[in-house]
Design a protein around this ligand. Structure first.
Ligand code: ZN
Ligand code: CU
Length: 486
């Protein structure tokens, strides 16, 4: 046999944004060895992909899968969408280094504290290797996690000694294979952190060629100021920054993505800034009164004291409890929610912006999660690219593969070419679709046929094979890199 796996007769979409062509790939030793004409090559396993698209495995650039990789290493919500790599530790929260207590939103990863047990990133990386997850992991360290670890009181600015402690822990984690730092000043644990604190904690990023991502301080009326803060952080650090799950939230802000996108586009001419987006007009996080007031509708996704109310509209949950809505928000705590806060036109404008990457922001431990957890990638391919023609299939795939790998500095991933790592997906472009809805949020997507991770077949005929060969992957980027020059 010449090769381990051959895929023939595919519609090849290579992740660079280039037009589709007909061809195949030959894989051995976890890498793509041949692309295009396979001539007389033979494989131990041969896959006929006639009528199907062959693309690089999708990269989910915004996840909260830190613990899912360990507690449920089959990674089905992601794998069954064609995702082969997840970026963890977003929005300021990471499972490591372990904090002494778990204030919200750290409980989105684990409310019990059982999984917040890795004192160092190295210990987490070792656990990840033991767990053998089905997808690869690119790990960020959360500023809020560092902060809960370093500060006794979170409602104030960190002292110079506390900043130094957080910085040293970030430095150690980056040295042990973490890819960057995330910040979440929108949330209580980091709301009192100044811009200067975020910059000083993140100082080690430049030397390690790490990336900075942020769930911005304000995605509502202060979103433009928050973009300025993000840009200032990037300039002060000399590192690339990623605006996470970009949105303009709240009815008063509808339409304002025209301005945010214009500002980001202008900034891109002079500094390294990226953004991601999920393809829904509802957001999801912990249940917070402040967020409820911006929403036209709120769904409860989980509640520790009232698990039976998960999935219900907040007003209805309040009725069941015999409480006012404000009282119910307190009674349900700790809890999570889905918030209908965006305008569909803004979502489409942000998704269609050329540099926007796709990230799910899925919350895998919510009993009644936002459907983005199971539906994001097929929804972009099926609903937005095919059905609404918001952009071409090639562009859709680029936004979830080649663009993402370039922005996060993931060498040898996100594109189909000879020598690249064989993370691949085969799907039917006519039927690919999301099936998860707000009512039935955990339905697997349709049309995803085969998923290959490092040359191993992890999904075939839409079913997982049990192959689990995902690894920790370290991204390295700098503001001078060619990937950022555009
Ligand atoms: Zn976030
Ligand atoms: Cu997030």
């Amino acid at each position: 046999m010449d090769y381990e796996v051959l895929i023939r007769n595919a519609t090849l979409v290579d992740g660079t944004g280039a037009s589709r062509r007909t061809g195949g790939v030959a894989i051995s030793g976890g890498r793509i060895e041949l692309v295009g004409e396979l001539n007389g090559a033979r494989g131990r396993i041969e896959i006929d992909a006639t009528g199907k698209v062959l693309a690089p495995g999708f990269i989910d650039v915004h996840t909260h899968d830190d613990r899912l990789l360990l507690s449920d290493p089959a990674m089905l919500p992601k794998l069954l969408q064609g995702v082969t790599t997840v970026v963890t530790g977003n929005c300021g929260i990471s499972l490591t280094p372990s904090p002494p207590r778990i204030p919200p939103p750290l409980d989105l990863l684990d409310g019990s504290g059982q999984w917040y047990r890795f004192d160092t990133f190295g210990a987490y990386a070792a656990a990840l290797a033991d767990a053998r997850p089905a997808t690869n992991c690119v790990a960020l360290i959360g500023h809020s996690t560092l902060r809960v670890r370093a500060l006794e009181r979170l409602d104030r600015e960190a002292t110079p000694a506390q900043v130094a402690a957080m910085r040293a822990e970030l430095d150690a984690a980056l040295g042990a294979g973490a890819t960057g730092m995330s910040a979440g000043p929108a949330y209580a644990p980091a709301a009192a952190a100044s811009t200067a604190e975020l910059i000083e904690v993140a100082r080690p990023l430049a030397a390690h060629r790490g990336i900075f991502t942020i769930h911005m301080r304000d995605e509502n009326e202060g979103v433009l100021e928050s973009i300025e803060e993000t840009l200032a952080i990037g300039r002060a650090l000399g590192v690339p920054v990623v605006i996470s799950h970009h949105k303009v939230a709240g009815q008063k802000m509808h339409g304002r993505s025209v301005e945010t996108i214009a500002r980001i586009a202008t900034a891109m001419r002079t500094q390294a800034v990226a953004l991601d987006c999920y393809p829904y007009h509802a957001s999801s996080t912990i249940l917070i009164a402040d967020a409820v007031r911006f929403a036209s509708k709120v769904l409860v996704t989980w509640s520790r004291p009232h698990p039976e109310l998960a999935g219900l509209e907040l007003g209805l949950a309040a009725q069941r409890l015999g409480l006012s809505q404000d009282q119910a928000i307190d009674a349900l705590q700790p809890a999570g929610a889905v918030y209908f806060v965006m305008d569909e036109a803004d979502v489409q404008r942000i998704l269609a912006f050329g540099p926007t990457m796709i990230g799910s922001d899925g919350l895998p431990h919510d009993p009644h999660p936002h459907p983005r957890l199971w539906g994001t990638f097929p929804r972009v391919l099926g609903h937005y690219a095919r059905d609404l023609a918001l952009f071409s299939l090639e562009t859709a795939i680029h936004k979830m593969t080649g663009l993402s790998a370039a922005r996060f500095g993931l060498a040898g991933r996100g594109v189909i070419r000879a020598g690249a790592i064989a993370d691949l997906v085969i799907f039917d472009p006519a039927t690919v679709c999301d099936a998860a809805t707000f009512e039935h949020p955990t339905r697997p997507a349709g049309g995803i046929d085969t998923v290959i991770v490092a040359g191993q077949i992890a999904v075939t005929g839409g079913e997982p094979t049990g192959a689990r060969v995902g690894k920790l992957v370290t991204g390295r980027v700098g503001i001078g890199d060619a990937a950022w020059a555009a």
